[in-house]
Write a protein that binds this ligand. Structure first.
Ligand code: ASP
Length: 339
């Protein structure tokens, strides 16, 4: 598969230089039609495969001496983060820059939101500056969808409340696929605060759609009653969830979203649901361990596991840039006039 290259004609038109052209991949034959990426729930298998195969082609750009392609030259990406973020914001920024876009970072600390601007005012102000993409993270479910309705530009959900975090699930899937060669037929355990985790929700949609067997585990207070209806196996101990698993995704306790005390203490949580070497030994000997970050070492995961030979956690961060390049690239294609 080839990656978009810097060609003079493409620079003049400002269009994506060259689409990845591996015609043998079935997903490549489909055209991307969405203006926005709001969640995994709404995506077809073909759309997920198209994002993953496009990301594969962009992963190579990170290894070039000049890490830039001209695809989004002259376009503006606004990173609109109403909740803290390190990896996601930085990797969207790097992704946009590698595509030659201009990037503006807006976070609520230091903005007029803290002086009283409403979300609607902020949105209209940003719209008046004519960005081409808004990447948004917000504590409330549905804010990216609201922006997508109000704004003519492309909107990417970078995490909305406990709802979805689609690019995280895509980068998790890409990491698993690159390490294991496939997703269909694998057993993947998601362990932790399932109820409040947007990462868990997006991963469940994506992994079940691509044919993985998904297990979820956590304290009963953090397992939503209806979770089994999403097509997952519900486990009440971490041992049950990780037994024979091919991939284990550990999740942070979303204390900022829990409205009451859902477990007695961090020490007790770590003792019952933390991933340590003894528990990891129950998994497939070739199992990989993922974590979306930020990690609470000594709570949901020990340092021996996080930094050990099964860990794919830093690889996830690298795949995040490629996935976000792919998403911006595909959304830009959907925005092009179809003359
Ligand atoms: N970074 C991920 C998110 O924004 C996971 C986490 O914060 O625990 O959802």
């Amino acid at each position: 598969m080839t990656v978009p290259v810097d060609r003079p004609g493409d620079q003049a038109s400002g269009r994506p230089a060259e689409r990845p052209s591996d015609r043998s991949a079935p997903a490549e034959s489909m055209a991307w039609r969405r203006k926005d990426l709001l969640g995994i729930a709404e995506l077809s298998v073909e759309e997920i495969e198209l994002i993953l195969s496009t990301a594969e082609s962009f992963a190579e750009v990170a290894r070039r001496p000049v890490k830039k392609v001209p695809t989004l030259r002259g376009k503006t990406v606004v990173n609109l983060f109403f909740e803290p973020s390190t990896r996601t914001r930085v990797s969207f920024e790097i992704a946009a820059q590698r595509l030659s876009a201009d990037v503006v970072n807006f976070s609520t600390a230091g903005s007029s939101q803290s002086k009283g601007d409403t979300l609607r005012d902020t949105t209209h102000n940003i719209a008046s500056m004519f960005p081409d993409f808004v990447v948004v993270r917000h504590a409330h479910h549905g804010v990216p969808a609201m922006l997508a309705r109000e704004l003519a530009c492309g909107v990417v959900n970078a995490g909305d409340g406990s709802h979805e975090h689609p690019t995280q699930a895509l980068l998790d899937a890409l990491t698993i696929r690159r390490r294991k060669g496939r997703i269909a037929g694998l057993t993947v355990a998601l362990v932790g605060d399932i109820a409040h985790s947007r990462v868990a929700r997006s991963n469940i949609h994506l992994l079940t759609r691509l044919g993985a067997h998904v297990r979820v585990a956590g304290p009963r207070t953090m397992l939503p009653a209806a979770i089994a209806s999403m097509g997952v196996e519900v486990c009440y101990t971490i041992e049950e969830a990780v037994a024979g698993a091919d991939a284990i995704v550990m999740l942070r306790l979303q204390l900022e979203r829990q409205r009451s005390v859902l477990f007695p203490s961090l020490g007790e949580y770590a003792a019952l649901f933390g991933l340590n070497p003894a528990r990891l030994a129950l998994a497939n000997p070739e199992a990989i361990v993922l974590h979306p970050g930020p990690m609470n070492r000594g709570v949901e995961i020990t340092s021996e596991v996080a930094d050990g030979p099964h860990s794919a956690i830093l690889e996830q961060v690298g795949q995040g840039v490629a996935v976000r390049m792919a998403v911006l690239y595909l959304l830009a294609g959907a925005q092009r006039p179809t003359a």
